[in-house]
Design a protein around this ligand. Structure first.
Ligand SMILES: COc1cccc(COC(=O)c2cn[nH]c2)c1
Length: 279
């Protein structure tokens, strides 16, 4: 998978190069391109915003720099090696060294052209809410492009213009307002990329996660068994795997019913034992 991010604060995204995602990049499982929107401005002051038509407070991000940045990303994906990484305008940093990037680009380019349009994700309060299902869906994409808005947002015509070149997806990460799309993009990139085979060490740990099957996670414990007067539940020390599995399932049901009854309502495959745990 290739991921490109466009932002006026490209350094914000550097956190993505740490830990697991950084390793996935080094292993060639993932390609990450971060682009500074200002590198695509066309005036001396590198202007990215202006006042809103129709009046109102705040500023709006101008369309042209976005179109130039998105076109550059499309060109790079469609013509591998078209731009040596070192001279890619607005590329804050190319994840892989030149030769690997070219090779990876070749692969990515085939994937992108074969699989159709890249997905353009625009973090915004005015989008459908991103959840684990969305993450699973996007984990299959070959090319994700994140447009990090700031100010009051991006000129609507960018999204209208982008329709034929991208699958455009405004996306909210929750009902609150941020100052820009960078943090939201990192949330989504982390949730999506950890699902790509090989990115996180043990795929087993993906299977038993909160939201994976609609229930929240059970409480977890590690040594010592007795800590400051707090004991680990006996059943977990019993070695009785069936009892442990039942206890864990019961805790997940209880916790979900207490913290997220809305999730429980979505579940339709509770068995009799589950219902007893909830009564
Ligand atoms: C597209 O224009 C803008 C403008 C301002 C902020 C943002 C960032 O997104 C959010 O604020 C958000 C995303 N999910 N929940 C909140 C985007």
């Amino acid at each position: 998978m290739r991921i490109d991010v466009v932002s006026i604060f490209p350094e914000y995204l550097e956190g993505l190069r740490l830990s697991l995602i950084g390793k996935a990049i080094d292993q060639g499982l993932l390609e990450l391109g971060v682009h500074d929107l200002r590198a695509f401005t066309v005036d001396r002051h590198r202007t990215v915003d202006d006042t809103p038509y129709g009046g109102g407070a705040g500023m709006v991000m101008k369309a042209e720099p976005w179109a130039l940045a998105l076109e550059r990303i499309l060109d790079a994906a469609a013509a591998p090696g078209s731009l040596a990484p070192r001279d890619r305008l607005g590329e804050a940093d190319e994840a892989a060294p030149a030769d690997e990037a070219a090779a990876a680009d070749a692969e990515t380019a085939d994937a992108v052209t074969a699989a159709g349009k890249p997905v353009l994700i625009v973090p915004s309060p005015a989008g459908p809410v991103f959840d684990q299902r969305t993450a699973e869906e996007l984990a299959h994409a070959d090319h994700l492009v994140f447009a990090c808005g700031r100010y009051e947002g991006i000129d609507q015509r960018v999204l209208d213009w982008a329709q034929e070149r991208f699958e455009c997806r405004p996306m909210s990460i929750g009902d609150y307002v941020l100052n820009g799309g960078e943090v939201a993009s990192m949330v989504m990139i982390e949730a999506v990329t950890r699902l790509i085979p090989g990115v996180i060490g043990n795929p087993e740990s993906l299977a038993e996660e909160s939201h994976e099957d609609g229930l929240l996670e059970y409480p977890i414990y590690t040594k010592p068994a007795s800590w400051r007067g707090h004991e680990v539940p006996e059943v977990l020390l019993s070695g009785n795997h069936q009892a442990i599995a039942r206890w864990r399932r019961d805790r997940r049901l209880e916790r979900t019913a207490e913290v997220r009854p809305d999730l429980l309502a979505r579940l339709d495959d509770l068995d009799r034992g589950d219902r007893e745990a909830l009564d």
